[in-house]
Design a protein around this ligand. Sequence first.
Ligand code: PLP
Length: 385
Amino acid sequence: MTVTRLRLAPVTHSPVLPVYARQDLTFVRGEGTTLYDARGRAYLDFLAGIAVVGLGHCHPAPLAAAHAQLDRLWHTSNLYWTEPMVELAQRLSLRAGGARAFFCNSGAEAVEAGLKYARKATGKPGVVALSGSFHGRTTGALSVTGQPGKREAFEPMLPHVLFAEPNDLPSLEAAISAETGCILLEPIQGEGGVHVLDAAFVAAARRLADETGAVLLFDEVQTGVGRTGAFFAHEHVGVRPDALMLAKGLANGLPIGCLLVFDDAPEGLVAGDHASTFGGNPVACAAASAVCDELTDEFLATVTTNGLVLAEGLAALPGIREVRGAGLMLGAELDRQPADVVDACAQRGLLVGTAGADVLRLTPPLIVTTAEIEQAVVVLEEVLA
Ligand code: PLP
């Protein structure tokens, strides 16, 4: 049999559906905080696959764990147990102070699982989410995403969804009723523009959920797994949800999503209620356990200190109105179009992203050094000057 190798089509004639506004860059290799294109040009990656590659590209710990698991077993289905899936669930339970996991393959899927859990646990259909939130692109997750522009073309979406304003308690109180089964929050809104929820607002959401018999669900898809300097971002505000969702950083770039239901939360899903063929994939779970083991308290402390260094560097730059976020999940509100800044940075070998309308998003690998932070700030200064 002759195997013909396909030549890569130019990006403008891509065989891929055009749902992304991609930059004209193709990467072939990554190491630590650096990505390389086909010509060997290095780019300092301050986006990390949008807050995914927390330990940096090809980090030896998840790499070795995934390699070893690839040699042993790839897939069994969820008709059976696998060791990596159970070991990861145990690690996450320990971090959460007692919780049980459902594994899937992405953030949106984890949100879907969370919505089904809330419905089943309370028997109530209503969801109160926040304006400006982002929970994913599947129909359920999009229905609870507080960005009308993303939902518009796909209306009608799920009914019984109301949006309250972030950090506005009267607005949250007004949205909650006897039919509310779920209050859904991102501790820090990511895609919506890096907006941090106040501790008092999150605590009030907990109180309102308890008073009305709703479950409190935290979307930690972006904030979780060390991104903000704590394993879970809700640790910063000291409010425990009933359940939370993880994805992005969990397996350092292999696809995985997770719904974690805390042990003291209402019972919800039972056998037959939910499923995912690939959920709990042994290779992804083995990599994820290796990620969890790297996120020691000492490591997380460096995320906090390096985040402060980056935030201070950004705050001193021209054209930046405000710097928001925690740890290495930062947004810099600009006085100009962020897309132009992103392009100019890429031309100078620095990868950054955008969030919301006017925010430059910086989510470098959590292993970033202060020298690399200084390097990035110098490039941004050149671009913004
Ligand atoms: N929830 C949050 C907070 C996110 O930031 C994202 C993605 O950016 C999602 C859910 C959706 O995750 P995924 O793209 O893996 O489906």
